[in-house]
Write a protein of this length. Structure first.
Lengths: 334, 320
């Protein structure tokens, strides 16, 4: 297992091979606020291959949702800095105009299941109209063919076709979440960004949705970016894991590498705070709070909460490659 | 049972009437439908169930916020009826959403002073406020006394809600999803705080949650609730290691631990969704979804409580 994973991550460095589905390089997204500039996404780089799922894990306020929005260029008005490269199939789409990006990328190549989207369905429109809408808006399809595609999409997520005729309030939470996933699938994108897709759902519904997502990945060869704070659930889907802290990725590795053996002190603490059902182990928590993203500390951003802090942590650590192509932003591994 | 029961709940039913028009009755939502148990002094019980199973209604009936349709709640042998002020002084309530539970225009000092004033606390009120802030580790106290809820982090807000619940030195705490809105690392801190308070004050706690994985760190017994009924009651270890009810088994199997192997397998999930509480299924309420369904029995007659091993109770015909 491990060997295979190594080969995969090596390949993702991509020398000579076909370009990866998505390559993000030095992506920055800063917001202007009355208190100062918030560095929500700070210099993030990663690669995502086809038919792979990348889980981006972090606590609230670490910038993981901003990262998703930066990739899909869903920006608020108070943007201060938006820079870096976002390459899709080897083509940098950052210079593209908003019009071209909307037509050729958003919902065509990358779609998104936004956080709590199931509660943002339009209450006065039939579910079917809402699933068909992206096709009509982004691909200029007529209503009839859009509905035909909506019927296919809703079946993929395991909802009976006649639910398309219903209104959102007539559906349970799990059914609405599936409808929202169908909405992200209907345009047949390569990549779906899932922002906390199960966090408001019950345990059984959650497991059900994870089954659906796995099925879609297996059968339709989709890629996912799964954004969540729920580490246990992320392992249901992830091929690779990126840990985010204070606007930066601090660790990157395959699922096989990461879950049994996280490297960064923050990842280790985070993992130790996850309650286990099948294992008796004491829980740990991380004292203190994450730093403000307005004036983040100069050196390592986790240093003031880190149990292994030493003199070098006053300087910002680089991304250091350790065995098996894992990356960790920590001086302990230099 | 034993005489150290702080709270006894006897055949409790809480139904809500559905009305149609002015005089018409459309039926009842049977949110709590025949629940009995005893809570001992110093004991923590977790009530686990999915949304809509009636667990919050159970909590609110026990708190005296809803009047039961049938059955009784006894606190130290005294029934809850009429004026409940004597009772409210002895119980604390920790809500799910700390920010929603705190008045935004009051500072910490005032939030904690209110219950002392309302209940006519005799003694040094300022000292009590300081004490309770130290107990929930909002220290140094001076830094927090005059802050408003929006100036506190989620974890600190929840500590304040706990401080408010503890300020009258209650014997009994009801915590409704106290950590579900918090990040994983903060969650552990709050659970440890609650556990610590429970032990140092010999508190009885009812912990309402949908999250089975945190329960073992908190409670002595787990009750599993499904469609208004407590279908399984057992000590934590017994329930986690040997779940008896098919619903409990499904629930446990659905919860992942962080493990890369999870991505390779699909989970077996009982088909369908929890039933409506207006017209629950006949017989056992889980029977339409149950993999071990016995035709002619489970769909006809509601199972009574069986005790397959000492202290482990389950409402399921498999254990007849």
């Amino acid at each position: 297992m491990r060997e295979k994973a190594e080969v995969q991550s090596r390949a993702s460095v991509g020398v000579g091979a076909a370009p990866p589905l998505l390559r993000v390089e030095d992506l920055r997204l800063y917001f202007r606020t009355t208190q100062g500039v918030v560095q929500a996404v700070d210099n993030i780089s990663f690669v995502l291959e086809r038919n792979q799922a990348l889980a981006i894990l972090g606590e609230s306020g670490c910038g993981k949702t901003s990262l998703a929005r930066a990739i899909l260029r869903l920006l608020p008005r108070n943007v201060h800095t938006y820079s870096g490269r976002v390459e899709l199939d080897g083509v940098d789409v950052m210079p593209w105009s908003e019009e071209r990006f909307r037509k050729e990328v958003r919902w065509t190549k990358i779609s998104m299941v936004a956080q709590a989207a199931m509660n943002s369905l339009n209450p006065v429109l039939r579910v079917g109209d809402q699933i068909a809408e992206p096709l009509m808006i982004h691909q200029g399809m007529d209503k009839q063919s859009a509905w035909a595609r909506a019927r296919e999409a809703i079946q993929l997520v395991g909802v009976p076709v006649d639910f398309l005729q219903r209104y959102p309030f007539e559906l349970s939470g799990g059914m609405r979440q599936r409808a929202v996933i169908a909405m992200a699938l209907v345009t047949n994108p390569d990549l779906i960004i899932l922002d906390e897709p199960t966090s408001a759902l019950d345990v059984l519904t959650q497991a059900n949705i994870m089954n659906v997502l796995k099925q879609i990945k297996r059968e339709l060869h989709k890629s996912y970016i799964l954004i969540t704070h729920d580490i246990a659930t992320s392992s249901e889907l992830a091929d690779h894991v990126a840990i985010m802290y204070a606007g930066q990725i601090v660790e990157w590795g395959t699922a096989e590498q990461f879950y049994p053996n996280p490297l960064h002190p923050y990842s280790q603490k985070l993992m130790a705070s996850v309650p286990r059902l099948r294992e008796e182990r004491a829980l740990d928590f991380i004292p203190g709070r994450p730093p403000s993203l307005i004036n983040p500390p100069q050196g390592c951003r986790f240093a003031e909460r880190c149990p292994s802090k030493f003199f070098q942590c006053e300087q910002e650590p680089p991304m250091i490659e350790v065995r098996g192509g894992r990356l960790v932003k920590c001086w302990l591994y230099r | 049972m034993s005489n150290d029961a702080l709270l006894s709940v006897k055949d409790l039913h809480t139904h809500f009437e559905l009305r149609r028009g002015v005089f018409g009755r459309a039926g009842f939502v049977r949110a709590v439908d025949g629940v009995s148990f005893e809570l001992h002094r110093g004991e923590a019980i977790a009530v686990v169930g999915e949304s809509g199973c009636g667990k919050s209604t159970l909590a609110r009936t026990i708190l005296g916020l809803y009047r039961p349709t049938k059955g009784q709640v006894l606190f130290e042998g005294r029934p809850l009826d009429g004026d409940l002020r004597w009772y409210r002084r002895q119980i604390g309530y920790v809500q799910q959403d700390p920010y929603g539970a705190l008045p935004p225009f009051m500072d910490v000092h005032r939030i904690l002073m209110e219950p002392l004033v309302i209940n006519g606390f005799q003694g040094d009120r300022e000292r009590r406020i300081r004490e309770v802030l130290e107990e929930v580790k909002l220290t140094p106290v001076e830094d927090f006394l005059y802050k408003f809820p929006h100036q506190l982090s989620g974890g600190q807000q929840q500590r304040l809600v706990i401080a408010r619940a503890m300020i009258l030195r209650p014997k009994f705490l009801v915590a409704d999803e106290p950590v579900s809105m918090l990040d994983a690392s903060v969650r552990v801190e709050i659970l440890e705080l609650l556990r610590g308070l429970q032990r140092s004050h010999n508190l009885s706690v009812i912990y309402i949650t949908h999250d089975l994985s945190t329960v073992r760190y908190f409670a002595e017994r787990i009750f599993v609730m499904y469609a208004g009924k407590l279908i399984e009651k057992a000590p934590v270890q017994k329930l986690l290691q040997e779940p008896r009810h098919p619903y409990t088994q499904a629930l446990l199997a659905a919860i992942p631990d962080p493990d890369p192997a999870n991505a390779q397998t699909f989970k077996k999930i009982p088909p369908g969704e929890p039933p409506s509480l207006v017209n629950p299924p006949s017989g056992c309420r889980f029977h339409p979804r149950c993999p071990a369904f016995i035709a002619g029995l489970c769909d006809k007659e509601a199972p009574p409580e069986f005790e397959p091993s000492a202290g482990h109770f389950v409402e399921c015909w498999l254990y007849r």
